[in-house]
Design a protein around this ligand. Structure first.
Ligand SMILES: C[S@@+](CC[C@H](N)C(=O)[O-])C[C@H]1O[C@@H](n2cnc3c(N)ncnc32)[C@H](O)[C@@H]1O
Length: 202
């Protein structure tokens, strides 16, 4: 299936509310007592998760291939009167396919990793795993093979078993699979199949 270039600007517009609520996986990780001092938000987009992490006093590397991600995050911090949080933030404009990741206590990837080209995906997962400090956490969701976008070029789709295999050397805290009819952020109907995972490094 031919991949239509995604217009992320449209997506960001519907994800820039004033209310900062982390994604469901990140919420579980940061709302309980933890020792997380540093995190990477991979594919940070409009930056809701990045800002949630900053609000918890965590140093954040916010990484996205779109330069507008950094611009929007900085603008949102300004609008929220939280520019003081910028001292703990480093925005990096780069691709999953080429970036070298710093070592951190947490890597958060929400609705983002599946947009990595399959030819780089598995190497990037290794890169991610080695960038997490011992005892650190990985929280992500992946598109599944029954998703209606399955087959789009430049995207990677997995089964639940594929995800378990990728993180066989991590402690799986939770893994959940969802299959449901729904709509996209831009209100287009689609069938969703995704796999959520939270895992920690031994
Ligand atoms: C669906 S958005 C999710 C944004 C944010 N995580 C959220 O939950 O709102 C996916 C993000 O991943 C970024 N992205 C997609 N492919 C990428 C790649 N190969 N390298 C870096 N960023 C990428 C996009 O620019 C976009 O901001």
């Amino acid at each position: 299936m031919k991949f239509n270039m995604i217009n992320w600007e449209e997506y960001y517009k519907v994800h820039t509310d004033d209310e900062i609520e982390p994604n469901r996986l990140l919420k579980k990780v940061i709302d309980k007592p933890n020792n997380i001092k540093s995190a990477i938000d991979l594919g940070s987009g409009a930056g809701t998760d990045t800002i949630s992490l900053l609000e918890k006093g965590i140093n954040v590397y916010s990484i996205d291939k779109e330069a507008s991600s950094s611009r929007i995050i900085n603008q949102r911090l300004k609008n929220l009167n939280k520019e003081n949080l910028k001292t703990n933030l480093m925005c990096i404009t780069d691709n999953f396919e080429t970036i070298n990741l710093p070592k951190v206590d947490l890597i958060n990837c929400y609705n983002s990793l599946s947009y990595c080209n399959p030819s780089h995906f598995y190497k990037f997962i290794d890169n991610i795993k080695s960038s997490i400090n011992k005892g650190g956490t990985f929280a992500a969701n992946f598109f599944g093979v029954e998703d209606s976008w399955y087959g789009k070029e430049n995207m990677t789709f997995l089964t639940k078993q594929n995800v378990l295999d990728l993180f066989h050397d991590f402690n799986i805290i939770e893994i959940n699979e969802t299959k449901k009819k729904g709509v996209t952020s831009l209100k287009k109907e689609k069938f969703w199949h995704f796999i959520d995972i939270i895992a920690t490094k031994y």
